[in-house]
Write a protein that binds this ligand. Structure first.
Ligand SMILES: NC(=O)c1ccc[n+]([C@@H]2O[C@H](COP(=O)([O-])OP(=O)(O)OC[C@H]3O[C@@H](n4cnc5c(N)ncnc54)[C@H](OP(=O)(O)O)[C@@H]3O)[C@@H](O)[C@H]2O)c1
Length: 246
């Protein structure tokens, strides 16, 4: 059985990845959608069912919960699928000064963005073969440290570094890794991230991208086995300024 897995599929870019994958994947039997919000996942499954292309399986799971991840590992072991695509999209960020944020908020950010993403990659990799693709959602925030977004930017710098290193390690196996680094994208993430301890600046508001476009580029870049996916000129410019590589 060939499957694709999308974490953070109940909202924003994860939901969009699921939609676009459901249209594109012809040799995939099932798409597994993961997030905590069961209702939103089921609504999406009904929507995608109308596409009639691929079977949708919803898995309501908190991927920061060790015991639930262990259960998920068992499911993988029992079903023994071939994972053709893993999209690690679940993530969160809280904008504002580190000293104002609660211990729970900063801990949850690191648990989800760093630990859960690493664990999901570790759990899924044994089921991937030549041609399989891993898509890691980092951010333009990974390119340089960001005051007032300190923990989030650091967590995404981890995803960036981990993803690029893993791409190199896995080259021999034919499993590709694409690190996606968007600037601001119009999703519920923005409402969760801003407003509590600070506001989004005007430049970020002006460069806000649509999730459909960021995801389309990410899937194309992953198909072409590119290790980095950066949507839009503003972000490419920031990348050039900070990394000087493009
Ligand atoms: N939007 C942006 O401006 C932007 C820019 C750059 C990078 N990114 C990154 O892109 C990724 C997707 O962001 P988005 O904008 O689509 O955000 P979003 O709309 O807020 O979606 C976040 C997803 O993560 C899931 N999630 C949160 N905590 C979870 C947990 N403990 N276990 C399982 N799932 C969990 C949420 O589902 P439940 O709440 O149902 O669990 C939701 O599906 C994130 O990694 C984000 O950091 C976003």
């Amino acid at each position: 059985m060939n499957i694709a897995i999308v974490t953070g599929a109940s909202s924003g870019m994860g939901r969009e990845f699921a939609r676009q994958l459901a249209k594109k994947l012809s040799k995939t039997d099932e798409i597994w959608l993961l997030a905590r919000g069961r209702e939103a996942l089921e609504e999406l499954a009904i929507e995608l069912h109308h596409e009639r292309t691929v079977k949708i399986r919803t898995i309501a799971i908190d991927i920061t919960d060790e015991r639930k991840l262990a259960r998920f590992a068992e499911v993988l072991m029992i079903r023994n699928p071939r994972i053709s695509v893993l999209v690690n999209c679940a993530g969160m960020g809280i904008y504002g000064a580190f000293e104002k944020q609660s211990r729970d908020e900063v801990t949850e950010t690191v648990r989800l963005n760093v630990l859960a993403l690493t664990q999901m990659t570790k759990l899924c990799l044994p089921y991937m073969k030549k041609g399989s693709r891993i898509i890691q959602l980092s951010s333009g925030a990974a390119f340089c440290p960001q005051a007032d977004f300190a923990v989030y930017a650091a967590s995404k710098a981890y995803v960036y570094s981990f993803g690029l290193a893993l791409a190199k390690e896995l080259k021999h196996s034919g499993v590709s890794v694409t690190v996606v680094c968007p600037g601001p994208v119009k999703t519920p993430f923005i409402d969760h991230a801003y407003g509590r301890y600070g506001q989004m600046n005007r430049l970020k508001k002006m460069t806000m991208a649509k999730p459909e476009k960021v995801v389309r580029k990410a899937l194309l870049d992953a198909k072409q086995k590119k290790t980095l996916s950066i949507y839009g000129l503003p972000l490419k410019f920031v990348y050039r300024l900070t990394k000087g590589l493009i």
